[in-house]
Each structure stands twice: as C-alpha cells, then as structure tokens.
Ligand binder design. Structure first.
Ligand SMILES: CC(C)(COP(=O)(O)OP(=O)(O)OC[C@H]1O[C@@H](n2cnc3c(N)ncnc32)[C@H](O)[C@@H]1OP(=O)(O)O)[C@@H](O)C(=O)NCCC(=O)NCCS
Length: 201
C-alpha cells in the first residue's frame, strides 16, 4: 500500500494498516520536507510509476483536496478499516475510504469512495455516506440517515433518524440535526441552525 499525504491523518491510517498486517511502501507528499513518517519513507511528489502494482489511499483530511487529487492518481485505490471497528457483514465500503478505531457500522451501511469514518463514529442501520465525506470522531448517524458528497460532520454531532444532509455541507461539532439540510449548508447548534452557505465567497 502507498499513502498520499504525510500529515497527522496519515499517521492514523498507518496504524490501521499496521494492525491489519498490510505492507506499506511509502507516502507521497507534494509539499512535505519530511523524509519519513513513523518509520515509513516519504517519497516526495506523486509518481505514477513508483510501486505501480500498489494501491493508494489519499491521506489528506480536506474533502475537496481528496476529490481533486483523485483525477491525477493512476494507481488503483485501497481501503482500510481498523480491526477494532465493529462492522456488519452487510456493510459496503468504497475504494479509498478509511474506517478508524472503534467505529460501529450496522447492517446496510453504505460508505462511498474516499471517505473518512473517524474514531468512534456510530453509523446505525441503512445509513448512506456520499463520496469524499468526513464523519468526525464520536458522530452518531441514526438509522437511514443520508450524508451527501463532500460533507463534513463535526466531532460529536448527532443526525436524527431518516434525515438527509446535502452535498458539501459542514455540520459543527456537537450539533444535533433535526431537519433535512440543503446542499452547501453550514450548521451549528442544538437544534442545528443554518448560519451560512459553504460556497459563499
Ligand atoms: C462549525 C465550524 C465549521 C464553524 O467554523 P467557522 O466557519 O470558523 O465559524 P466561526 O468560528 O467564525 O463561528 C461562527 C459562529 O458559530 C459559532 N460556532 C462555531 N462552531 C460552533 C459549534 N460547533 N457549535 C455551536 N456554535 C458554533 C461561533 O461561536 C460563532 O458564533 P457568533 O457568530 O455568535 O460569534 C466549526 O466551529 C466547527 O465546529 N468545526 C468542526 C470541527 C471538527 O469537528 N473537526 C473534527 C476533525 S477530526
């Protein structure tokens, strides 16, 4: 496996890969001056001919950056779940996605491509998470919730049953979402209120 992005998020993904016994050949990073990260080589700029047979996971926390990088990567994409995650056998996880320590993914959960399901998140039955979304630590997604592409759910937020959160939204840490949210909503509070759009200049 190869990673792309040598920051803090990559360190957690490295832990997941090590725990699963996956061999790791290095980490691309277009900007970092590091030569190694937690004992693994930082390889410099992305090179499509480097370890061509390996898969890549994009280990950058920003959802838009992950989406933009997908276009230029020629390797196949990998995915990983930490062994402490509890997952129904009826869970689907898309390429490039990562599921961190202590998550619970119930039956019928579908995770898109290049998502981050962060530490201790709880996804109840039949939840859908769109591509490039980030579900932060300790988030609760109740049953049949739908999360749109690129949306970031902040730490500890709760989304009530059957709610749809649109694309490229940001839900503030600790919010409780009681109503469907249109695309590009930025929401904080309990109950959650829209305070602006995420695509405002
Ligand atoms: C919601 C969030 C994105 C807003 O960030 P921002 O655009 O920089 O907004 P500001 O800090 O300017 O705050 C705007 C207003 O919302 C309030 N606010 C911000 N975050 C809030 C939150 N989580 N809950 C309640 N109110 C919040 C601020 O107090 C401020 O209120 P005011 O206008 O009355 O002063 C951010 O505060 C947040 O919660 N991010 C989630 C971070 C997270 O969970 N990361 C996990 C990484 S693993």
């Amino acid at each position: 496996m190869l990673l792309y992005g040598a920051g803090g998020h990559a360190k957690v993904v490295l832990d997941c890969l090590m725990e699963q016994g996956v061999s790791i050949n290095g980490i691309f990073d277009d900007k970092s001056d590091l030569v190694s990260l937690n004992g693994y080589d930082v390889l410099g700029k992305y090179d499509e001919h480097s370890f061509e047979e390996d898969q890549v996971i994009i280990t950058i926390g920003d959802n838009t950056t992950r989406k933009n990088l997908v276009q230029k990567i020629k390797h196949k994409f990998g995915k990983i779940a930490h062994p402490s995650a509890i997952m129904s056998k009826y869970v689907q996880i898309g390429e490039g996605s990562v599921v961190f320590h202590g998550c619970i993914l119930q039956t019928g959960v579908r995770i898109g491509k290049h998502c981050i399901i962060n530490t201790g998140a709880s996804l109840d039955h039949d939840v859908t998470v769109g591509d490039f979304a980030h579900i932060s630590p300790k988030v609760t997604l109740c049953d049949v919730v739908e999360i749109g592409e690129g949306t970031h759910i902040g730490a500890g937020a709760t989304i009530l049953p059957k709610i749809t959160v649109g694309k490229w939204c940001v839900v503030g840490a600790g919010a409780v979402i009681t109503q469907n949210l249109p695309d590009y909503s930025l929401v904080v509070g309990v109950p959650g209120k829209i305070i602006r759009r995420t695509d405002d200049q």
